[in-house]
Design a protein around this ligand. Sequence first.
Ligand code: ZN
Ligand code: ZN
Length: 162
Amino acid sequence: MTRLSRGEVKALGDAIDRDPALREAWAARAVAAGAEVGEDMPGKRIVRLALARADEAQVRTNPIARDEAFTCTHCRRDVPVGGRRPRDHCPWCLHSVHVDVVPGDRAAGCGGLLVPVAVVTVDGRFDLVYRCARCGAERRNRVLDDLAVPDDAGAVRRVAAG
Ligand SMILES: [Zn+2]
Ligand SMILES: [Zn+2]
């Protein structure tokens, strides 16, 4: 199922309660899904309403290999496609953007900056751990060290060192 965890719904709800523009965007999604949104409805309830119908309609759990060039939101450099693997974060500053619920689906509706906060080892490979600066969600992206434009090793070390 395409789902946010309870903690993610709460974090996103809190962000909606603080950010009128984000509230408006999610209220529009909830209304599009057939819900009625009240003026003083808590943000997390709006998220649940918006996702309830989407969960029924699009049951997607597999990552989508979406490999697109982009301009980094954080350092403004132009990032080329990955090639062998989808390039889902900037190779130089390592930042990303919270756009996916599962990789490639562009269903998150947040758009916050994903800030790299740690590096962890998973089955012998390295993952960057991200925290969304807008909604607080935690995400992971694989360190891409085997592409034509690989992740900057020094930048990865600096994140790992905290
Ligand atoms: Zn960057
Ligand atoms: Zn977010």
